[in-house]
Design a protein around this ligand. Sequence first.
Ligand code: ADP
Length: 353
Amino acid sequence: MARLVLDQVGKTYTGGVAAVRGVSLEVPAGAFCVLVGPSGCGKSTVLRMIAGLETVTAGTIAIGERVVNEVEPAARDIAMVFQNYALYPHMRVSDNLAYGLRNRGTPKAEIAARVGEAARLLGLDALLDRYPRQLSGGQRQRVAMGRAIVRKPRIFLFDEPLSNLDAKLRVQMRVEIRRLQRQLGVTTVYVTHDQVEAMTMADRLVVMNGGLIEQVGTPIEIYRRPATRYVATFMGSPPMNILAAEAVGEEVRIAGRVFPVSLPDLPAGRPVEVGLRPEAFRIAPEGLPFRVAFAEELGATRLLHGTLGEGEVVVQVPAGPEPAEGATVLLAFDPAEIHVFDRETGRRIGGGA
Ligand code: ADP
């Protein structure tokens, strides 16, 4: 278990692509840190630099107290789990698990003990004599994790490890990975583009955009107080609704009605946008008129798509036949649920209570 510190880390690939542009991040020993962002935002590059699979072109990476920029991957004491598992097809599960340790000249008895322990932890005991082709996707994923565990590394790195699994197995495996990481207490950096995976797994969530960090926090901090419009609309499903609004003193005008908000940082006359999550709305007599264009049934809840004032919004309401498509209903929300963003910079400048 080790602390990981990135200080102003950058990566410019040969050819000039600036994939990572000054990332500073501290992952406390034993924490589960998730890097999330859309494809191309630089998260795999950050992970590969921590692993030593890419050179660092600016800044420093430290594992424990040691700067590892110039340290060979094999000497960094990390284990990485990839999306494609990278199992050896011609080796049995037991040999796949033992391979890395044999390569390092670990004594036989020690290898047998570690492989046995990993197999028990992952429920692989009955599968040790099988070949990878005789395993399901979830079982292969477990073997890949087993290979990382037997190394007893100081840091685990995961690169989109669940992308090749079907939806149900993804949910099951994300719980397993989280449980196992807590049990082993190994500092972990996990890369995903899936915001639900990120929310559910992270102790420390890092939202990236264009080679930069937009925000770091716990999942709940990021959900409750997104630092930018980008984070607000990336984290949360369905995404937060964004509406143009007018700010006057300590109030915003939304669809012709005025709501109290706190706007300590508002530069005079700056145009703003307000954010409201789909789950912030309720149908209530004091609300604003909303025309339901169409409804999506999710079983426990319904999503209503329609217009509120000038804007298109999505609203999450309890299941039931009402309101029907084409109907106009009144939508209310607690002013505490309002997020206010600067329309030009996208930065959070205030919010409800
Ligand atoms: P993510 O993991 O968020 O999808 P990556 O870290 O893979 O993003 O890529 C970030 C940017 O760097 C992208 O624009 C990508 O095209 C570019 N990139 C990645 N690998 C290389 C490489 N080996 N050479 C040049 N550009 C690369």
